[in-house]
Design a protein around this ligand. Structure first.
Ligand SMILES: Nc1ncnc2c1ncn2[C@@H]1O[C@H](COP(=O)(O)OP(=O)(O)OP(=O)(O)O)[C@@H](O)[C@H]1O
Ligand SMILES: [Mg+2]
Length: 341
């Protein structure tokens, strides 16, 4: 049975490798009554694993907002989140209008009489003792739902004393924008928020991670290949798991890297042509605004206005792909070097 190299997010402290400091920081915030906490880090760094493990044994609700576009989807995810935390939430949900518990499932009504809003749900749970609400990847939520969620957050911040909201996301700048930390017109502007950054593992910890995973699988992997893998995947646990799994299946390091780069490229191809061109320019080593712009113009065969260039770089930073003309994940740099604008 795979444990450490299980590709799904870890769900308990027993499964989680390290993250002692992050768990402590979360405990401090929640214990100290910080109403809103951000947990941020690049893709595959282990945010979801950290949060699910943190909620183990707590009254908590974990909701994944990735890809949610409609109200029906929003409520489906909420209901999933409540259902999986039901063991500890049963009392907190009893007698709330619009919420019914059927066996092991929580069903929510969002329209008509007896319906319940997100803010209303949080308020009722708060009145019954409160909970930790974890909203993962909320920055990507459909535009017409964003206002609803933001208003619920602002309401919870101001009024609910037993509720802690933890927001998490891989597009760090987008998440900050969603919350409106720097936006005077946002209801949450200027409020105090806790922040827990999730960083990559050190080189030693990454090696330990791989050794532990292989030991569990009863396989001895050579020091050289482990060091090469850690050099390539740079302490990002999601990639280390990908490497471990594939290596156990008999793949060669080169092919495993190729597969990771292909995954990253698939994500980057969703960007617009000018963004792709700028990314490729940065991947080729163009480390300044003007040099990246010149190269990107060459790649697309058209001029890029100054203001557009600045906007593109800003967006790539908010998506946590680059910072100061450097990639945050070496696999994405490799993928970007091959992008066709
Ligand atoms: N601390 C950890 N211990 C063990 N496995 C981990 C740890 N952190 C991450 N992983 C593994 O790495 C992979 C990615 O983790 P996870 O999904 O939690 O990251 P994430 O930051 O939420 O990713 P994404 O940005 O894609 O949502 C999973 O296979 C998970 O099991
Ligand atoms: Mg995640």
């Amino acid at each position: 049975m795979l444990k450490l190299f299980d590709p799904r997010p870890k769900r308990s402290r027993g499964e989680l490798f390290d993250r002692v400091g992050e768990l402590e920081a979360l405990e401090r915030h929640v214990g100290g009554g910080t109403p809103l906490v951000l947990v941020v880090g690049v893709r595959r760094i282990g945010k979801t694993s950290l949060l699910l493990s943190f909620l183990e044994g707590k009254r908590g609700v974990y909701v994944d907002f990735r890809g949610v576009e409609t109200l029906a989807e929003l409520y489906a995810r909420l209901s999933q989140g409540l259902s999986s935390g039901l063991d500890r939430l049963r009392d907190a949900l009893a007698g709330i209008r619009g919420v019914s518990v059927m066996g092991v499932e929580v069903s929510l009504k969002w329209r008509g009489e007896d319906s319940i809003s997100l803010a209303g749900l949080m308020e009722e749970v708060d009145r019954r003792g409160g909970a930790v609400f974890v909203f993962d990847e909320v920055q990507g939520i459909g535009r017409n739902l964003a206002g609803r969620v933001k208003r619920a957050l602002a309401y919870a911040y101001d009024n609910l004393r037993n509720t802690v909201v933890v927001l998490s996301g891989s597009e760090v700048g987008m998440l900050r924008g969603f919350v409106g930390i720097d936006d005077p017109s946002s209801p949450l502007y200027g409020r105090y928020m806790g922040e827990v950054p999730v960083e990559r593992f050190s080189r030693d910890l990454s090696l330990e991670f791989l050794r532990t995973g292989f030991r569990e699988a009863g396989v001895e992997a050579g020091r050289d290949v482990l060091e090469a893998a850690v050099d390539l995947f740079d302490g990002i646990p999601g990639w280390l798991v990908h490497f471990g799994l594939r290596y156990l299946e008999g793949s060669e390091l080169g092919d495993i890297v190729e597969e990771a780069v292909a995954l990253a490229a698939e994500e980057l191809r969703k960007l617009g042509p000018r963004e792709r061109a700028v990314l490729r320019a940065i991947a080729e080593g163009h480390g300044t605004w003007s040099s990246a712009r010149r190269r990107a113009e060459e790649l697309i065969g058209a001029t890029i206005p100054q203001s557009s260039m600045t906007a593109i770089v800003g967006r790539l930073e908010r998506l946590s792909i680059v910072r100061n003309y450097e990639f945050l994940d070496p696999i994405y740099r490799r993928a970007a070097a091959r992008l066709r604008p």
